[in-house]
Write a protein that binds this ligand. Structure first.
Ligand code: PLP
Length: 364
């Protein structure tokens, strides 16, 4: 029985525009010549920086393009987090930042969520009750791992709280453009007019993760500091992949590719929602995202052990991986981005089978 992976939060191979990117890479070298094949400014490839800056209505000096947005997250933490400092995160949140923050000795404070995202009253309480945090980390749209989206009202409140408490918010938004339906809420960055909010995104989900092109829009002084950290870490960014992404955009491929990818992913999301409806036991609850890669499944009892699910031929990431302090035992993250709709239907049926207690051995 071939294993079915709901663990991999990566795009299905057919989402990746292979031939087009190969062509763009060639063109990027031929057009850019030595400028894309040599060392250069730590903040990234100029024309791409300008394109990003224009989209966000800021000066290009506030944009730093990093080797994937996770690398930018590391830079930001290295700059802002000292051992013992608090960082407020959503509970649950993306597991890699939890590991990075732990490594840096941060005190990770989880703020509860509901279907409308981060609970802003709890955020306010946490801001009032303790030392000023290094920053508040939110994945406001199609969150990893829960698929939830922070409502417009709450976004406004987060922007207000950032101002009232003079605290920095990191809005990590790699999935926002991967929307299949519904209307996009404003970004917290826009609602706060770019003040006290760092906006991060990535081309990993809109073009391809292998290009490793992510970016940060920062207050000007912080941008200079992060750029210096980038230079001291890798001297110079990989201009070839950044110029390839820029060429892809310059040709007008970005939006049509996004539509294509959204169509492929919507079919997967639909297959998973239908299969959950059909197979999950009473009392199970799950998120219904309008985009992104993930569905969060809460079960009436404990989630099955990974080993039991693996034996049934399906994998997922246990909910506990997404909390700093061990909660999440009844939950799991199901990524629908990687496998086909048929595999999704099969995988959810297998998962539901792994939830049912094994029949008692026959008396005979
Ligand atoms: C919320 C979130 N932030 C950042 C990243 C990292 O993306 P990148 O490939 O740009 O490093 C991911 C990747 O899955 C993610 O889910």
């Amino acid at each position: 029985m071939a294993p079915i992976s709901f663990a991999r939060g990566v795009p299905a191979p057919e989402c990746l525009p292979v031939a087009e990117l190969a062509d763009c890479a060639r063109e990027a070298i031929e057009r850019g010549g030595p400028s894309v094949l040599s060392y250069g400014p730590g903040g990234g490839y100029g024309p791409l920086r300008e394109w990003i800056a224009e989209r966000h209505g800021v000066d290009p000096g506030r944009v730093v393009i990093t080797s994937g947005s996770l690398q930018g997250f590391v830079f930001l933490c290295e700059q802002l987090v000292k051992p013992g400092m608090r960082v407020l995160v959503e509970a649950p949140t993306y597991d890699r930042p939890i590991k990075i923050l732990r490594r840096l000795g941060a005190e990770i404070v989880g703020i509860p969520m509901d279907d409308d995202g981060l609970e802003v009253d709890a955020l306010e309480q946490a801001l009032r009750d303790g030392d000023k945090p290094a920053f508040v980390y939110t994945i406001a749209t199609f969150q990893n791992p829960s698929g939830r989206t922070l409502s417009e009202d709450r976004r406004r409140r987060v922007a207000e709280l950032a101002r009232e408490h003079d605290v920095l918010v990191l809005e990590d938004d790699p999935y926002g453009l991967v929307r299949y339906e519904g209307t996009a809420p404003s970004t917290i960055f826009d609602l706060a007019r770019g003040e006290r909010v760092v906006y991060a995104s990535s081309f990993s989900k809109t073009i391809a993760p292998g290009v490793r092109v992510g970016y940060f829009v920062l207050p000007a002084a912080l941008a200079t500091e992060i750029e210096a950290l980038a230079v001291s870490t890798y001297i110079s960014p990989p201009f070839l992949t950044q110029a390839t992404v820029h060429e892809f955009i310059r040709r007008g491929n970005f939006e049509p590719n996004l539509d294509r990818v959204s169509g492929l992913l919507k079919a997967r999301r639909d297959a998973m929602l239908e299969a959950l409806e059909e197979h999950m036991p009473e009392g199970a609850m799950w998120s219904r995202p309008e985009g992104g890669y993930f569905i969060w499944l809460d079960l009436p009892g404990d989630a099955p052990e990974l080993a039991a699910a693996e034996a049934a031929g399906v994998t997922f990431v246990p909910g506990t991986d997404f909390f700093a302090h061990g909660e999440g035992g009844q939950s799991m993250r199901l990524a629908f981005s990687f496998v086909s709709p048929d595999e999704i239907r099969d995988g959810v049926a297998r998962l539901a089978g792994a939830l049912r207690p094994a029949p008692a051995p026959s008396a005979l």
